[in-house]
Design a protein around this ligand. Structure first.
Ligand code: IMP
Ligand code: MG
Length: 174
């Protein structure tokens, strides 16, 4: 399938560095727990944590909200939970993309019940045209149009996560 580059690697890298600086400033003197939502955010999170100059713990959550296609099922399921309690901790949930908002809003509600000291959201991408539940994104990489995006961790049918840049399908017709 033909791919069209959308955001190149050096633009991504500069934006990720800026987000890392912002997080470093906002949390001065505090320790944080970064929670990447697998699998989509693993590359963004790996780059982001290396731009944060604080004591950082990393713990993972895996969810299923999509089949292997482009449409959300609307049902969010945690398929692998955190390995440690987050009570009293400063948590940053890291997503690849906020599309309908269903996944992030479900995870936010779920994590809040575990009583973290604070909970913020970082997302590489936001697709506002598709919002079904609005969520506040504290650290946002880029706002994108309503097109299906792959690369830099994002997949289509589990493929294309390894592209070092963000791309769209040239014949995207959604
Ligand atoms: P939401 O629950 O609709 O906000 O989106 C949940 C998940 O759908 C995201 O974390 C992504 O894994 C996936 N997703 C949404 N839009 C795209 C896209 O354009 N490309 C790849 N994955 C996407
Ligand atoms: Mg995905």
């Amino acid at each position: 399938m033909p791919l069209e580059p959308l955001i190149d690697a050096s633009t991504i890298s500069a934006r990720v560095a800026a987000l890392g600086d912002e997080i470093t400033r906002d949390y001065q003197g505090r320790d944080i727990v970064v929670v990447p939502v697998l699998k989509g955010s693993y590359i963004f999170a790996a780059d982001l944590v290396r731009r944060i100059d604080l004591n950082v713990e990393v713990d993972f959550l895996a969810v299923r909200s999509y089949g292997d296609g482009k449409e959300s099922s609307g049902v969010v399921q945690i398929t692998s939970d955190l390995s440690h309690p987050i009570e009293g901790k400063h948590v940053i949930l890291v997503e690849d993309i906020v599309d309908t908002g269903l996944t992030v809003s479900y995870l936010r509600q779920n994590l809040i019940t575990r009583q973290p000291a604070s909970l913020k959201i970082a997302s590489l991408l936001h697709k506002p045209a598709r919002t079904r539940v609005s969520v506040n994104i504290d650290y946002l990489g880029f706002t994108v149009e309503d097109v299906f995006i792959v690369g830099y961790g994002l997949d289509y049918g589990q493929k294309f996560r390894n592209l070092p840049y963000l791309a769209v399908f040239a014949d995207d017709s959604r």
